[in-house]
Write a protein of this length. Structure first.
Length: 251
C-alpha cells in the first residue's frame, strides 16, 4: 500500500512538471519567499557608533555621556533627534540602562487628522512615526520588534507620563517645542536614579501659540544648573539638503 501511494505521488509530480513545461509556465513561488525577519537569513549590519558631522553634534555627544539632563535646541535638520535616539540604543545595548522611553506630544502640524481608527497604539502611530524611523535606522526590524514586545523600548505619548518615576532609563522627549511650560515641568520631574533624559526641539517651529511653548523658557532657566547641559544648534549645523539652511534664514 505504501509503495502504491508513493508511486501515485511520483506520477502526479511528473505529470504536473511536464504540463508546466508544455504550457511554458514557470513556478515562481514553489519555495518559501524570503522574509527580512527570517531567522535563517543574515541580518543587515547597522553602525553601532555614530560620528559627529559638526562641532555642535560633537558637543551633544560629549555632554550626553556626562550629564543626566540635556537640552538640544535648534533648527530642523541638525540631527538632534537622531543623535538622541542613537545614544539611547547605544546605552541599552551596552547595559548602561535597562530600558528606553521615547515620548513626544501628539500635536498636529497645522491640519487636523480628524478621527483615526484603531486602538490607542494605532491612533498615536502617525505622531510617533519619526521616533520609529530613527530606531529603524539603528536596529534591525526583528530586533526592534523584540525590544518593543519585551518593553525594553517604550514609545509613549506625553499624556501618559504623569505620575511615573523613570529609573535606570534613557528618556528622549522629542518635539518639545510643542510642550507647554507645565508639561515640560511634569516631564522633567519624571527623571529617576541612574537615568539620562534628552529633550530636543526647535523653538522656532512650534505648532502651539508662541506664548504657550515652554521649551525656550525652561532651557534658559535650567541652563544655570551644573548638572544640566543646553546644546544650541545653528543654521550652519544643518546636515540635510543645503537649501534647508538657506530657507531657515529666509523663513
Amino acid at each position: 500500500m505504501a509503495k502504491r501511494s508513493s508511486r501515485r505521488a511520483a506520477r502526479r509530480m511528473y505529470e504536473n512538471t511536464h504540463a508546466d513545461e508544455a504550457n511554458n509556465v514557470r513556478r515562481l513561488f514553489d519555495e518559501q519567499q524570503w522574509s527580512p525577519l527570517d531567522n535563517m537569513q543574515p541580518e543587515q549590519k547597522y553602525r553601532k557608533n555614530i560620528r559627529a558631522q559638526n562641532p555642535s553634534q560633537q558637543t551633544m555627544l560629549d555632554v550626553i555621556d556626562k550629564t543626566p539632563l540635556v537640552f538640544s535646541v535648534g533648527p530642523a535638520g541638525t540631527g538632534k533627534t537622531y543623535i538622541a535616539v542613537a545614544k539611547a540604543v547605544e546605552a541599552l545595548e551596552a547595559g548602561a540602562v535597562r530600558r528606553i522611553v521615547l515620548s513626544r506630544p501628539a500635536v498636529e502640524a497645522g491640519e487636523s487628522l480628524g478621527f483615526l481608527p484603531g486602538d490607542m497604539e494605532e491612533k498615536l502611530s502617525p505622531y510617533l512615526r519619526p521616533l520609529y524611523d530613527a530606531l529603524c535606522d539603528r536596529l534591525s526590524g526583528k530586533r526592534l520588534k523584540a525590544l518593543l514586545a519585551e518593553g525594553l523600548i517604550e514609545i509613549a505619548p506625553i499624556a501618559y507620563m504623569r505620575g511615573r518615576t523613570l529609573n535606570n532609563a534613557y528618556v528622549v522627549i522629542d518635539e518639545a517645542q510643542n510642550c507647554t511650560y507645565g508639561q515640560l515641568k511634569m516631564l522633567l520631574t519624571r527623571l529617576g536614579w541612574n537615568s539620562t533624559m534628552v529633550v530636543t526641539g526647535d523653538p522656532g517651529q512650534t505648532d502651539l501659540l508662541p506664548e504657550l511653548s515652554g521649551l525656550a523658557e525652561v532651557a534658559d532657566k535650567l541652563e544655570q544648573l551644573e548638572s544640566v547641559a543646553v546644546v544650541r544648534f545653528a543654521r550652519g549645523d544643518v546636515v540635510r539638503h543645503p537649501l534647508v539652511a538657506d530657507m531657515i534664514d529666509i523663513l
